[in-house]
Design a protein around this ligand. Sequence first.
Ligand code: IDP
Ligand code: MG
Length: 156
Amino acid sequence: MERTLIIFKPDAVQRGLCGRILSRFEQKGLQVVGLKLMQIHRALAEKHYESHKGKGFYDGLLNFMTSSPVVVLALEGKDAIAIARKMMGATFGSKAEPGTIRGDFGVSNSFNLIHGSDSPEAATRELGLFFKEGELVDWKPANQGWVYDLSKGQPE
Ligand code: IDP
Ligand code: MG
C-alpha cells in the first residue's frame, strides 16, 4: 500500500468543492488516513514547492497557496500516487480532460484546485511536511475485502 499527500488548494475550499472532490477519492476506493483544514504559512509553502524556486510562476504560486485555507489529506491505496494524479488530470483546467478533477471543476491557467504528490519520494517528503507524527491514522475499512481482492493475501 502507498500513501500520497493531496492538498485541496484555496480555490477548491473557497468554491465549496472539497466535499465533491473528496467523494471522488472515496468512491474510487482510496482510503483517507489523514485530513485537516489549515492555513499554509510562507515557510511551509516555500519548502513544499522548493523544486519550482526561480520559475516565473513561483512567487504567484506561494501567494496563492498561502492566501486562504487549504484542506490537506493523506490517501492510502495500492498505487495511490499514480491513481490520484490520474484522477487530478493535467496541470490546468483549460487542458485537463473531462472526467478528471481539474478537467471537470476548473478553467484557469493558474488556479488548479488540487495538489498530489508525483512520486514515492515526493509523497514521503510532503507527508512529513504537512502531518506530524500521530496525525496519520492506521485503520482498516470494513469494506476493504470488497474494494480489493485479498484472496491471495495481497490486495489485487
Ligand atoms: P502539477 O501540480 O500538475 O504537478 P507542476 O508543474 O509540478 O504541476 O507545478 C506545480 C504547481 O505550480 C501547479 O500545480 C500550479 O499550481 C503551479 N504552476 C505551474 N505552472 C504554472 C504556471 O505557468 N502559472 C501559474 N502557476 C503554475
Ligand atoms: Mg508537480
